[in-house]
Design a protein around this ligand. Structure first.
Ligand code: FAD
Length: 382
């Protein structure tokens, strides 16, 4: 059964990270009754651990193996962010932490500089050519005094304090009269191919890297849902470690990218990240990795050597081979998925919520949304 054409449906959502919370709010606003199942409250998954960059250009253009439409999806979501953040703030009375671009990308070696040329050429095709700002680098961001050989301003790439966003979302969701939050696991079951959704019309899986491990009882036997929906096997853990330091006079003001390193100044902390560790479901940071990240950041912004470390932590991205989310109906009747957002789940939250509400409540998917469906034909039909 697909949950079509009703503003009165009842939807179960498994996982209350930024994706589950955003989808819950969107569907409840469109009239659905939503039960949000979360095993840790308040939620502290990847959405809490992230750096909060909203970076369609740096993350989605010219990256080997990316889904061909990932930039388009990321760019569309980046355009939704200002209004989405404003609405969250108005509803919750809390800051959503949104800051528009530009971000500053610097190259410290020939390899990274060559990637800049590719990035410039690719972005020019999307009418978003970045500005070469190397000649003005020290005026634009005086804290960058380490060795650099190229610098670009990326107008599309902003950032958000994702912890503030999460708190604003939690406030909206808990206050919503059509959303019920349960600190619990769902009892999904399948008997002779008929799915029971714990009393709901449909289920949406948004459990981050653990999406494939959501349990379902099939003909009396409890198993991982990925055992019966192979598309979910591709979602796997990619660990990430980061730290934050205290803001200091003369410290970085702009979001900085340098190869795989980023330095992201927020109001009360400067985030430095991140490692990328396939297959590692990390829960605690490792001192040598954190020290290495800090040393790399100091090479770019030497002033950071004076900054007290505030916190270090680890999180787990929901990775996929093509670095893009799965959005839409699974092979199981009434079971939908929004997961696998990898490095862009914060950026993609607003558009994911719209796409999922369109599919589940209205039975429609735009051509862009259909490109991310688990089964393109199924999504086009719903
Ligand atoms: C170090 C790091 C840096 C990142 N930086 C950025 C960035 O700068 N920009 C960006 O856009 N993205 C970034 N990301 C990626 C982004 O954080 C993720 O893509 C995004 O948070 C995924 O959101 P989610 O809601 O799917 O998952 P999560 O936030 O992990 O939420 C999943 C939730 O499901 C719950 N859950 C799991 N299983 C069950 C179950 N069986 N029953 C009930 N609940 C369950 C978990 O407790 C969790 O709360 C980063 C990630 C990491 C780790």
């Amino acid at each position: 059964m697909s949950a079509n054409n009703s503003s009165n449906q009842s939807i179960a959502i498994v996982g209350a990270g930024i994706v589950g919370l955003a989808c819950a709010l969107e569907m409840a606003d469109r009239g659905a009754r939503v039960t949000l199942f979360e095993k840790q409250w308040p939620p502290r998954g990847a959405s809490w651990a992230a750096a909060g960059m909203l970076a369609p250009a740096f993350e989605a253009v010219g990256v080997a193996d990316n889904h061909p439409d990932l930039f388009e999806l990321c760019d569309a979501s980046a355009r939704l962010w200002p209004e989405w953040a404003r609405a969250l703030e108005a509803r919750s009375g809390k800051l959503a932490g949104y800051h528009p671009g530009p971000s500053l990308a610097v190259a410290t070696n020939e390899d990274d500089a060559r990637k800049f040329s590719a990035l410039q050429a690719a972005l020019a095709q999307h009418d978003q050519a970045p500005t070469d700002c190397f000649a003005r680098l020290h005026e634009i961001e005086p804290s960058v005094t380490g060795d650099t050989i190229a610098a670009l301003l990326l107008p599309s790439d902003g950032q958000v304090d994702n912890r503030q966003t999460l708190e604003a979302l939690v406030a909206c969701v808990t206050a919503h009269e059509r959303i019920d939050v349960r600190l619990d696991d769902i009892e999904l079951s399948a008997e002779k191919r008929v799915i029971h959704h714990s009393g709901h019309d449909a289920t949406l899986l948004t459990a981050g890297w653990q999406t494939g491990a959501v349990r379902i009882k099939q003909d009396g036997e409890s198993r991982d849902i990925r055992d019966i929906e192979p598309m979910l096997r591709d979602i796997r853990p990619i660990g990430g470690q980061m730290l934050s330091v205290a803001p200091m006079p003369g410290g970085p003001q702009m979001t900085l990218r340098a190869g795989h390193l980023y330095i992201v100044p927020k109001a009360a902390r400067i985030i430095i990240g991140a490692t990328s560790e396939p297959g590692r479901a990390l829960s605690v940071p490792e001192p040598d990795q954190i020290a290495d990240l800090l040393a790399q950041a100091i090479r770019i912004c030497p002033v950071l050597k004076n900054a007290p470390v505030l916190e270090s932590w680890a999180g787990v991205r929901p990775g996929r081979n093509n670095h893009a989310p799965l959005l839409g109906q699974t092979c199981l009747d009434g079971v939908f998925v929004a997961s696998g957002h990898f490095r862009n789940g914060i950026l993609l939250a607003p558009i994911t919520a719209q796409i999922i509400a369109d599919i589940i409540l209205d039975g429609r998917a735009s051509p862009l949304a259909s490109a991310f469906a688990p089964y393109a034909d199924v999504s086009a039909q719903v």
